[in-house]
Design a protein around this ligand. Sequence first.
Ligand code: G3H
Ligand code: ZN
Length: 285
Amino acid sequence: MSLTKEIIKEAQEGKYAFGTFDTSNLEVAQGIARAAESKKMPAMIGITESAVEYAGFLPLVNLVKGIITESRADLVLHLDHGKDPKFVKKCIDEGFESVMIDASCHEFEKNIEITKKIVAYAHKKGAIVQAELGKIPRMKSSTEEGTTLKKMEKTDPSEIEEFVEKTGVDTLAVIVGNIHGMYKPEGNPRLDLDLLKKLREKVETPFVLHGGSGTPSEDIKKAISEYGIVNVNIDTGIRVAFMGAISDFCISGQMVTDPRKILSIARNAVQEKVEEKIELFSCGR
Ligand code: G3H
Ligand code: ZN
């Protein structure tokens, strides 16, 4: 059994979740790995297509692989929200143990068709696949005026069995009121736990919760301990911690010429944030 499958199985049996934490740079990836080590919990380090656009494919992939190899924690390299099937296959070829094919922008049948092909490709190479059923929106930041955001489409209980059966996915991202991003001052969205319960009753597939940064902790705990969420994804919270640390440093007026002086403070802030999330997902384990 692959490490990823073991991590998922243990989380399912233990009724806790592990985190997928996204990175596009060295310090965030190190902060994630250090947090997983200190909390003695497994984690996925997620990279996205936009992170690759920023950092380059091989530089970012090899950076994360190196950190995983040197770490004492059980860490998995994961592709988060892979939209382009060609890119998803490239990641599988490069040795990713876990990929997400996000064909949620397509209609149901097309989502199945695309996901199914990726599952066949991935399974031949020993990787596991996460898909998304429903559509998760993202909160606009102040710099995104005018951009079109996806409308939320919650996962439909009447579609989930067919989706899981026809695609053969290993894990499924369900949309139950969760939103990408942070929500102040509008307030945090609550999870539709009744819907999550209905979905849980339909299939046994391990569920993934995206948009973990702004979702209230009490909802996350229930979703994990009662309704089989085994993996929660965090991105925005890490970015906010990283940038907050840098802003605080700049505001303090200190002058440094070595970027490591500032970046190591940001790395510590990421580690703290990830530790806090790991504790939450552990549900008292
Ligand atoms: O795929 C990434 C996650 O769903 C991150 O969501 O930015 O709200 O933490 P977040
Ligand atoms: Zn997501």
